[in-house]
Design a binder for this molecule. Sequence first.
Ligand code: ADP
Length: 482
Amino acid sequence: MKDKYILSIDQGTTSSRVVVLDYKANLVKIYSHHFEQIHKHNAVLQDANVIFNGVKSILDQAIHDFKKENIIAIGITNQRETTVIFNREGNPLDYSISWQSKHTQEICDSWKTLGYEPYIKETTGLELNAYFSASKMVHFLNMPKLKPYLLNNDALFGTMDTYLLYRLTDGHAFYTDITNASRTMLLDIHSGTYDEKLLSLFNIPKHMLPEVKPNQYDFGSYQGIPIKAMIGDQQSALFGHLAFQKGNMKVTYGTGAFILMNTGLEAFKSNTGLITTIAYQLDNQIYYAIEGSIFVAGSSVKWLRDKLEVIQTSAESESLAKQSKKRMYFVPAFVGLGAPYWDTKVRGSMFGITEDVTKHDIIKATLDAIAYQVKDVVDVMIKESKTPLESVYIDGGASDNNYLMQFQSDLLRCPLIKPKETEITALGAGFMAGLGGLYKDIDYIKSNQSIIKTFKPMSSYKTSVELHSGWKKAVKSAQTFK
Ligand code: ADP
């Protein structure tokens, strides 16, 4: 068993990775491929061909290095909601629409006017928002240039899991997993099947959609290696943290920030715009989570680096923020605000700027904003679920920022737990692909994982409350400028 491996494909918003896990479920190697999103007018698009070719090249390299006969299974995790339209040959028919793109909001607005909102919330657990796949699909269906493909029944929809699987299996497997499906705004999360009424309200032909499967399934094979698991990235991170208990919470600080609380068998209903989502399905049992997402988190640090050019690397933001002497606020609502505000029209603003403000203060305010937004969501989760917060599992690129994580712990007033492994999202899909095979059970996986760091609150409670109330004022002010 010592020379046996699991490969996990983690297809993210700006990069794809292939992670190699050994027989102890420990990470032994990472391969990565970066790509650029395409910004056109107000749309955020991706080239699915570029993404697939990138994935294929690093996957082939990993298979070459670790030898095909030693690879037991492949798992796939992916950026969710991003929607691809492709023909039966697997060629994309247009750019894919990124989860970050809000340009299909008008379609959502029309659905709102038609009164669909309560039914959508009740059935899918989601807010009516352009973030989810349904309005992106309808946008494609309305494109005149795609008409011939639609008429010829030669157009298929998929999120990235489906698209990669379709291409890796040469068109033999047209499946999605239940967590990705739960983000399309087409799935009845109680039954785990597409909702016929929604499909007919939106005019989305069912034959264009992939079949929904549990997270562990014989999805197909690539070069003879079975593809055993598929799961959306945030759910994969929850699984990767081994956060299986009801009340367990994880925050992933990537391009966006994603907060999931495991609610077990209960499809928890929120009244304040948090969404109910499927955490995972093993065998026939569906487990649920509540989720809050922040559209702009690590990407605001990238903005400091690439657009303002006040830092050279994302990591540098930590030492520069520590040099800040002033308190100011930055609401980085580049693409609106997610939970609990759900305000797509608000845009970014800075508050409290004086002549002596330096780049250090702006950098600190940018990092602080990530923590404040997470705090807003967590507060609502605790209040609504009536579940006390004990600790939070953290991961994602920006969780490497010690200043940010300490500030987050101060705001949340609870410990943050950082596992030794950094690629938690990839780990989740890898664990799942190996579970019951290379990894005999969950306890075996658990016994081989470890924690690298715990952040505990250090500031006073009073200070953290004061700072947070200043942030809330800033958000309110930002929302008035439209
Ligand atoms: P994704 O998977 O969403 O593409 P990652 O988890 O790789 O994102 O995280 C990358 C994001 O985190 C980038 O937006 C980057 O700017 C930010 N980031 C990475 N390292 C740091 C750091 N040390 N401090 C702050 N932000 C960081």
